[in-house]
Write a protein that binds this ligand. Sequence first.
Ligand SMILES: Nc1ncnc2c1ncn2[C@@H]1O[C@H](COP(=O)(O)OP(=O)(O)OP(=O)(O)O)[C@@H](O)[C@H]1O
Ligand SMILES: [Mg+2]
Length: 236
Amino acid sequence: MTLLNAQRISMQFGGLIALRDVDMRQVAGETLGMIGPNGSGKTTFVNVITGHLTPQRGEVHFDDISLLGRKPFQIAAAGLTRTYQAVRVFSELTVQENIATALVDAARPLDSDGVAETTEWLELRHRLDARAGSLTLYEQRRLEVLMRLVQRPKLLMLDEPVGGLSSTEVRATIDLLSELKARCTLFVIEHTMKVIRELADRVVVLLAGEKIADGPPAEVLADQRVVEKYLGSADA
Ligand SMILES: Nc1ncnc2c1ncn2[C@@H]1O[C@H](COP(=O)(O)OP(=O)(O)OP(=O)(O)O)[C@@H](O)[C@H]1O
Ligand SMILES: [Mg+2]
């Protein structure tokens, strides 16, 4: 079943074309990876899909609902949400309070057993009363995932989930995300190819706002153009 269907997305900032006619289809249960050089439009794509930006052209359907013109909170309530490249949590609030804001944002009733279970799974239970700003980056990244999971998304878009993490933390994050695949459909932007190789069922490549490859990771990561234009410089 097609969960996300984006067609001919074009996004321009003044004279800069950040996305040009990008098509993307994702079926439920499939983990889709997105890679590409800095500035190739990956975050812009997620911003468009999740309602943070309105494209000049294109259509987005999620679960057969048209998303264009809807606000991020409405899209989250429909089951599509995201994390941010630069982690976004409320530093002055505690972990517990951050979770509460996420529930309010998605207008979800409190399922305390579900929240407790997810908090435990993300190893944040002992941090519930800590201020989010006092957490390590790895804990903050897990808190951000927790804040989205309590909203019970069908599709979670992760923008560089291992950005800034140590190799041990990267390993642990890959393990968590591979367990998460059983709970919701994942879309993952990454520069760390290990994450893509281990998690993605399919990978798409953006280059200067255009999709230049789309297929199984083994094939796409061996594509000569992808290697030339991107992987030569990436953390492969
Ligand atoms: N709000 C904005 N206003 C103007 N230009 C923007 C805006 N957001 C992104 N851009 C520009 O659009 C292009 C694509 O940026 P984007 O952040 O989507 O790249 P990216 O692929 O996520 O890169 P990275 O791997 O560095 O995160 C860049 O040239 C960027 O400077
Ligand atoms: Mg980005």
